[in-house]
Design a protein around this ligand. Structure first.
Ligand code: SAM
Length: 312
């Protein structure tokens, strides 16, 4: 249950600027993630901080890069978080990181000499140990175009300043992010599972909140297919499951007619949030929920390329 929204100046000590620069949001995820929700972090704080009671648990059923769970736990916005992801490669990273092996991953990253030959060898290794899949996934995520792991993706050719695969390889930053995850791993749970099953399991849980960011692209299924291995989601069923949750939830979507119609059908509120993507193209994303009164004003969000730089 949300209470009357607290003035934002009280929550943050100042009023947010019209343009929220994502470069000022701590980047805690080790992933570069297509459709990553860094831009939503200022909103996430508003949503969770204006609640009467700190939620026991945040469930992130489509975790991807996991920025929402990591930030919620690190900033003490919730007591713990459950991350869920179906993709085997992404799952291997989270399983490794939250099961006491984040330090091993950090060391492996620091020891690795990144060049095209070593990266190719690593990616072609057949080993199916969880640790090896996890490390291979990190390499692909950092060195493949757009961080995309889905079939058809491949090495960055030019990258930043013609640096090719080296342009997103920041070993110290990555190692630090994994070590920071180790520090909060007691409050993180990960499940390699289907979001729909976990939603069923948590339907009646009180004082639990859900952040729901399913794969969706207004460009249709083919666009989703390029970004994610698992992209086919029954959105109508997802809405149905969400409205049955005892806990509060937020969904984020592309601003598409189909989504607005679903929100209307299930009597939910939807607010567009203008943002700029990494290529500075104007886009609008939709936030959907039962009650969005806490979203005062709509700030424009600027997602800058610097998000993935060494400094963040
Ligand atoms: C839009 S992305 C989430 C991005 C994430 N919010 C972030 O900030 O990085 C959607 C994710 O859902 C995953 N996914 C797709 N279908 C799923 C399912 N049925 N259960 C769990 N995860 C699923 C995809 O693999 C993808 O990682």
């Amino acid at each position: 249950m949300t209470k009357a929204p607290q003035p934002l100046a009280e929550v943050f000590g100042h009023l947010p600027a019209e343009v929220i620069n994502i470069a000022s949001v701590p980047q805690r995820s080790p992933f570069r993630y297509p459709g990553g929700k860094t831009w939503f972090i200022p909103r996430l704080r508003e949503w969770l901080m204006t609640r009467e009671k700190k939620p026991e648990l945040l469930v992130e059923p489509f975790a991807g890069g996991g920025i929402i769970s990591l930030t919620s736990v690190c900033e003490d916005l919730v007591k713990s978080a459950l991350m869920v992801e179906l993709d085997k490669e992404i799952a291997a990273v989270w399983e490794t990181a939250v099961s006491g092996e984040a330090g091993w991953l950090a060391d492996r990253i620091l020891e690795f000499e990144m060049n095209i030959d070593n990266a190719t060898d690593e990616i072609n290794r057949r080993s199916d140990s969880l640790r090896d899949i996890a490390f291979r996934t990190i390499i692909k995520n950092r060195c493949f175009h757009g961080g995309i792991l889905a079939a058809g993706s491949g090495f960055l050719k030019k990258g930043e300043a013609g640096k090719g695969i080296l342009s997103r390889w920041y070993p110290e930053t990555l190692a630090r992010r994994f070590r920071n995850i180790a520090l909060i791993s007691e409050k993180l749970e990960f499940r390699h599972a289907d979001a729909f099953d976990v939603l069923d399991e948590y339907t009646d849980k009180e004082n639990t909140v859900f952040f729901i960011d399913p794969p969706y692209t207004a460009g249709g299924k083919n666009a989703g297919k390029r970004l994610y291995t698992h992209y086919d989601v029954d959105h109508n069923l997802l809405f149905q499951k969400c409205v049955n949750l005892s806990g509060d939830f937020i969904m984020t979507y592309d601003n598409a007619t189909e989504v607005k119609e679903l929100a209307e059908k299930y009597r939910l509120q939807a607010k567009p949030v203008p943002m700029k993507n990494t290529h500075h193209a104007e886009m609008t994303e939709l936030v959907v929920g039962r009650n969005l009164d806490w979203m005062e004003g709509i700030d424009r969000v600027l997602e800058e390329r610097v998000v993935y730089s060494e400094a963040t």
